[in-house]
Design a protein around this ligand. Structure first.
Ligand SMILES: *[C@@H]1O[C@H](CO)[C@@H](O)[C@H](O)[C@H]1NC(C)=O
Ligand SMILES: *[C@@H]1O[C@H](CO)[C@@H](O)[C@H](O)[C@H]1NC(C)=O
Ligand SMILES: *[C@@H]1O[C@H](CO)[C@@H](O)[C@H](O)[C@H]1NC(C)=O
Ligand SMILES: *[C@@H]1O[C@H](CO)[C@@H](O)[C@H](O)[C@H]1NC(C)=O
Ligand SMILES: *[C@@H]1O[C@H](CO)[C@@H](O)[C@H](O)[C@H]1NC(C)=O
Ligand SMILES: *[C@@H]1O[C@H](CO)[C@@H](O)[C@H](O)[C@H]1NC(C)=O
Ligand SMILES: *[C@@H]1O[C@H](CO)[C@@H](O)[C@H](O)[C@H]1NC(C)=O
Ligand SMILES: *[C@@H]1O[C@H](CO)[C@@H](O)[C@H](O)[C@H]1NC(C)=O
Ligand SMILES: *[C@@H]1O[C@H](CO)[C@@H](O)[C@H](O)[C@H]1NC(C)=O
Ligand SMILES: *[C@@H]1O[C@H](CO)[C@@H](O)[C@H](O)[C@H]1NC(C)=O
Ligand SMILES: *[C@@H]1O[C@H](CO)[C@@H](O)[C@H](O)[C@H]1NC(C)=O
Ligand SMILES: *[C@@H]1O[C@H](CO)[C@@H](O)[C@H](O)[C@H]1NC(C)=O
Length: 661
């Protein structure tokens, strides 16, 4: 009899464990007796609300994904078996100018991407907890590691140290941010279970422990009560960037899980083990072979299983591929910030070769992750079905007929700034004195009388790419491939020179148009090497030039949308803006890619929003254009091209990679 009952009981239990609807949700499981306590690292397992939890998290940066897709991406993360997501918070977008904020309501160019409160609430609606990494420095292959460039205009400031000037700006911003964040913590009914302090601080090799203590205090003083932690590649830097015993130490790596996690255990024997960044793939710098940065499925799977079986909690970085919109890509620096010659800008795409692509497709790494998480998570909860992204479409090719020459744009620019000396863009008296963060700066000098053979010399390094126009004519050689980056016009060459004219010229106008290709985001930022534009001297025949007119070309949305003076194409081989328009007959739901293989260098703007960079060297040869940036009816694409434009604008239904040497 008892035997018979047991069989029925087991059969019922078996049925229940495999029927999704009857399983609790993640939230039901962790909160069914009310909420008593948040995440605890006071013992060798994480406890959430008194129950064991293995944090199974994936990185998803809201500011890098169009908000129309936030819910679908979150649903898919949950479908893979994750119980948590992680995001950084980019200070430089949330406070674009000093004292000016945008949390989804600030009218900046990124407004629609910045409603961090909505994003965190959506994560909870999709049954996920949240790990928040507010920085203030975030690295993330993101422009200046997320620090606002306007900090560079503040005299005597010392970034990422206990400097009181720097900390006063951090506190002012965190006060605003944490007002939004504090109510979203787990004990207050929200999804945030832990927050990171700084980011890979050990990688600076310039450690100021008081700085970390001050940051933690700013968190606490602003209502942050939940677990605080630091994260570092511990086998490279140890715990020099951590506050061992005060903030939980976590590890970042993509191989040797055992070595990394053994190290964590040795320094924190009674604490839970957390892999804060398990790198699912990697990113590309311009000039790099995309294929070489891919991480094969078998290696991804093996290391993930090593982590889960250790056992360790994990955050898979990145889980969701995404985009460095416009000018927001960061850069590495092979000279560790000593000068600009080793700059390595990251590409616009942040696809990352992870479980979900930039366009939202689920990859074989997605399936492998789902299988392993099911196997290793002892807590069985309800999981949704994945929602696959729609396939992208290729719009028809469009003939390019409209142009504005860059020299016309400069001529017409209404309020040029007078400056006796060369100054970098961060020091321009614009934007409520926050200077210029993104885009291009033009240094114009008119009424020049030049001798035949006159030589222009720019001392130091250009930051990062200069176009030289004499009376509107481009003097740079046309960029063909990677080897040209060693030559005139690019960041690698010190004290670069070019002949301005072979004849005598009177009353000439010289324009030096300098593009900011990204500020370094990694390691010791050496702030003094981060200014963009020109910072040294400009000479003609060894005489230093003074009395310049400066023009900031920020390509902000409202400005892009009001550009006037479009005319038929007169010359495809001078720096120019080109425009096409095209119709979308119903509300767009399918993404596309713009094929930029036939352009040389510049930027592409969709309906006023700067989508990304064009750079013939590769590897990125197309730009992801999500449906949410298109509209029903007429759409407008503007390309600013530095060198030479094709006759047509082309689309693609997939990402295109390739290098030109
Ligand atoms: C962990 O221990 C600290 C120090 O004893 C205590 O303040 C904190 O409340 C504990 N955390 C939890 C979630 O129990
Ligand atoms: C958590 O799991 C550990 C084993 O890893 C176990 O020893 C402990 O009792 C569990 N704690 C709770 C509260 O279930
Ligand atoms: C200008 O900056 C100040 C202080 O940095 C700030 O309080 C003010 O709101 C800003 N004004 C505008 C119009 O942006
Ligand atoms: C934007 O939202 C934040 C947070 O909800 C709020 O504090 C701020 O006042 C709002 N700003 C504007 C300009 O409405
Ligand atoms: C660190 O900075 C904070 C805030 O300015 C200050 O209160 C503290 O005294 C500083 N610590 C040290 C050791 O200088
Ligand atoms: C990129 O790397 C792959 C794999 O090493 C190699 O097969 C391919 O030829 C390389 N392509 C270029 C353009 O260097
Ligand atoms: C810039 O860095 C490179 C690489 O370290 C070095 O060769 C060069 O001499 C440096 N230039 C200056 C001006 O320091
Ligand atoms: C992942 O698994 C699903 C369901 O089994 C399958 O339809 C899909 O083709 C798989 N995807 C990849 C990329 O292997
Ligand atoms: C560049 O010019 C500076 C003087 O402005 C000089 O000190 C330096 O040696 C020059 N570097 C090279 C590589 O010529
Ligand atoms: C000057 O003449 C040389 C040799 O013919 C030519 O390569 C160069 O382009 C000319 N430079 C200018 C500015 O016209
Ligand atoms: C010099 O060129 C400017 C246009 O750049 C023109 O307005 C001005 O009349 C010229 N001056 C002379 C003396 O030719
Ligand atoms: C521009 O080109 C069109 C043909 O594409 C022509 O009809 C028109 O007259 C041209 N406009 C000017 C100002 O030359």
């Amino acid at each position: 009899m008892a035997h018979w009952l047991l069989i029925i009981f087991l059969a019922l239990f078996h049925h229940q464990a495999h029927s999704q609807e009857e399983l609790p949700t993640n939230y039901e499981y962790y909160t069914n007796n009310g909420i008593v306590s948040g995440l605890s690292a006071n013992q060798s397992d994480f406890l959430l609300n008194g129950k064991n939890i293995t944090i199974l998290s994936g990185a998803f940066h809201y500011f890098r994904v169009h908000p129309n897709y936030w819910r679908d991406r979150l649903r898919n993360m949950r479908a893979a078996g994750l119980n948590t997501i992680e995001t950084y918070v980019p200070w430089n977008l949330h406070e674009p100018y000093s004292g000016v904020y945008d949390f989804g309501n600030g009218s900046s160019d990124f407004e629609e991407f910045l409603d961090v409160e909505k994003f965190i609430k959506l994560a909870q609606e999709e049954d996920l907890f949240v790990l928040l990494r507010p920085g203030p420095y975030i690295c993330s292959e993101w422009e200046f590691g997320g620090l606002p460039a306007w900090l560079l205009g503040i005299p005597d400031i010392k970034l990422r140290t206990n400097d009181s000037i720097y900390l006063s700006y951090v506190s002012r911003y965190f006060e605003k941010l944490f007002k939004i964040i504090a109510p979203l913590q787990f004990p207050n009914g929200g999804p945030i279970i832990a927050l990171q302090v700084e980011n890979e601080y050990g990688n600076t090799w310039n450690i100021d422990a008081d700085y970390l203590k001050s940051l933690a205090k700013i968190y606490r003083d602003n209502g942050i009560t939940e677990l605080l932690y630091t994260s570092d590649p511990v086998l490279g830097v140890g715990v020099q960037g951590a506050l061992l015993g005060e903030l939980l130490v976590t590890a970042n790596f993509n191989s040797n899980a055992k070595g990394n996690l053994d190290y964590l255990k040795s320094v924190q024997p009674d604490k839970p083990i957390m892999t804060m960044e398990y790198w699912s793939g990697w990113f590309d710098h311009y000039t790099e072979n995309h294929t070489n940065n891919l991480v094969p499925l078998s290696r991804y799977r093996t290391v993930l299983e090593d982590i889960l079986s250790y056992p360790s909690s994990v955050n898979i970085y990145m889980f969701v591929g995404s985009t460095n919109w416009g000018f927001t890509n960061g850069a590495g620096d092979a000279t560790y910030g000593l000068n600009n010659s080793g700059l390595q800008p990251t590409i616009t795409s942040y696809d990352y070769d992870g479980p979900i692509t930039e366009q939202g497709q689920l990859t074989s790494k997605f399936n492998a992750t789902a299988e392993l998480l099911l196997k290793y998570n002892p807590v069985k909860t309800q999981l949704p079905e994945p929602v696959p992204a729609l396939d992208p479409i290729k719009y028809n090719s469009i003939e390019i007929k409209e142009q504005i020459l860059l020299s016309e744009l400069i001529d017409e620019y209404p309020s040029k700034i007078q400056s006796s000396n060369i100054i970098p863009m961060e020091k321009l008296p614009i934007n409520n004195n926050s200077g210029q963060t993104f885009g291009y700066i033009v240094y114009r000098k008119s009424q020049l009388d030049l001798n035949a053979g006159a030589v222009l010399k720019i001392t130091g390094y250009v930051r990062d790419h200069v176009l030289v126009l004499l009376n509107g004519k481009l003097l740079n050689p046309i960029l063909q491939g990677i080897s040209d980056l060693d030559g005139f016009g690019f960041w690698r060459l010190e004290n670069s020179t070019i002949i301005l004219t072979n004849e005598t010229v009177k009353n000439a106008t010289l324009d030096l148009v300098v593009e900011n290709n990204a500020r370094n985001n990694f390691g010791n930022l050496d702030q003094f090497q981060q200014y963009k534009g020109l910072i040294d001297n400009v000479l003609i025949d060894e005489t230093i030039l003074t009395d310049w007119e400066l023009v900031p070309l920020e390509f902000r949305r409202s400005w892009n949308q009001q550009l006037k003076g479009w005319h038929n194409i007169t010359n495809r081989n001078v720096p120019s803006l080109y425009r096409v328009t095209f119709n979308v007959s119903s509300v767009p739901v399918r993404d596309t890619f713009v094929n930029v293989q036939f352009w040389t260098k510049g930027i592409l703007i969709i309906n006023g929003f700067v989508l990304g960079r064009i750079f013939v060297v590769g590897p990125q040869q197309s730009l992801y254009l999500p449906a949410g940036l298109l509209q029903e009816g007429q759409n407008e694409i503007i390309v600013f091209e530095h060198f030479s434009a094709p006759t047509h604008l082309e689309f693609s239904e997939e990402m295109i990679y390739g290098l030109h040497y």
